[in-house]
Structures are given as C-alpha cells and as structure tokens.
Design a protein around this ligand. Structure first.
Ligand code: GAR
Length: 204
C-alpha cells in the first residue's frame, strides 16, 4: 500500500521565510508531505499570510487566554491531534515548549536554529557569534528535546564570517543555508532516513 504524504505542522512567530522554503520544497515535489496547519502565537505573524496564499490553514493560539504554559501547549496538542500531525516543525517559533508537549511528540519535533549548535543557543545567535569573533558560523536543524536548542543534530551548514559582516549580512547568509537544510531534513524524515541513536542522528 502506498504511504500517504507526511502530515506536517509548522509553528511560527514571525516572518515565516523558513515556512516558505518548506512550502516551496513540497510544491516542487521534493518532500512527500503536506502542511496540515500553521500555528502561531502572534496574530500579526507574516507567516499567516504566506500560509493563506498557499491555502494552508493558519491558527492563532492566543497566549493571553491560556492560564499557564501547560494550558497553552495543551491547546496546541489538541490541534495537532485533531489534524493527526506526524511531524512538527518549529520555524522561528519563539516559545519554549513544555516537557509535556516535547514528550508527547518525542522524536517528531524539529527546530531550525541560526548557529552551529552547541555554540550560541537561545536568542540572538547571530549577534552572539559576531561578538564572540567566530570565523565560521552557520545553521542547525535538530530534534527538539526538553532543553533549549539541545536535541540531536540532524543537519548543519556553515558560512564564513568576513571582517565586513554586520548582524544583518551574517543573518542573511545564514538564512540562505537555513532554507536549504530545513527542507532537506524534513525530506529525510519523510523518507524514514533519520536514525537516532543517543545524541547522534544517522542518515543511511
Ligand atoms: C530564523 O533565522 C530561525 O533560525 C530563527 O528565527 C528566524 C525565523 O525566521 N530561530 C531561532 O532563533 C530559534 N532559536 P523566519 O520566520 O523567516 O523563518
């Protein structure tokens, strides 16, 4: 029996350029998947516009109506379960997931981060890299565990840092790599080609 397209949810908070890269890769036929829903914690996220343009349902989950982080994540879980989502992609989703959500979808949540993890986890990764003076920076796609940007690494891509770089130019160069490796990681997941053993992710 032919496998059905992978059911994907993308969680976003802003611009949504990674969401766009995933949508484009699906539309080009590179990923055998379907974005069932885009979920956001920001009702003005431009990512919602992108979803709409591609006839993808966008849902704003308002943090102010949830009493706790647990309640918020339960609202998200309801949506994910209703849509029978198989893979959750965090794409600039600026909230830390509760361990409850992480464990419920263990091994089925990915995140993109604009640094070469384990360097510079958390906010403002590109600024931290420049200020530290690294000569090589980059992007990481990883599985999400209970920590911040600490789960098993799936793919990384490096860029050189030049003397002329500003936060903007470096971020732009890293973003181009993000747009390549995120769809690639999702494609590998959809093809069951990511084997996690401890911290290591093998790609047979
Ligand atoms: C991306 O650079 C992503 O790596 C970063 O937010 C940006 C979202 O851009 N995520 C983090 O820093 C998470 N720690 P986008 O909305 O255009 O995809």
């Amino acid at each position: 029996m032919k496998k059905l397209p992978l059911k994907i949810a993308v969680l976003v908070s802003g611009r949504g350029s990674n969401l766009q890269a995933i949508i484009d890769a699906i539309e080009r036929g590179e990923i055998y998947g379907k974005i069932e829903v885009v979920i956001t914690n920001k009702n003005d996220a431009y990512a919602l516009e992108r979803a709409k343009r591609h006839n993808i349902e966008g849902i704003y989950v308002d943090p102010s109506v949830c009493k706790s982080k647990g309640d918020y994540d339960r609202a998200i879980i309801n949506i994910l379960e209703n849509k029978k989502v198989e893979l959750i992609c965090l794409a600039g989703f600026m909230r830390i997931l509760t361990p409850y959500l992480v464990n419920k979808f263990k091994g089925r949540i990915m995140n993109i981060h604009p640094s070469l993890i384990p360097s510079f986890p958390g906010l403002d990764a590109q600024k931290k890299a420049l200020e530290y003076g690294v000569k090589v920076a980059g992007a990481t796609v990883h599985f999400v565990d209970e920590g911040v940007d600490s789960g098993p690494i799936i793919l990384q891509s490096a860029v050189h840092v030049s003397d002329k770089d500003t936060i903007e130019t470096l971020s732009e160069r890293i973003l181009k790599e993000e747009h390549k490796i995120y769809p690639q990681a999702i494609k590998l997941f959809a093809e069951d080609r990511l084997i996690v053993k401890g911290r290591r992710v093998f790609i047979p």
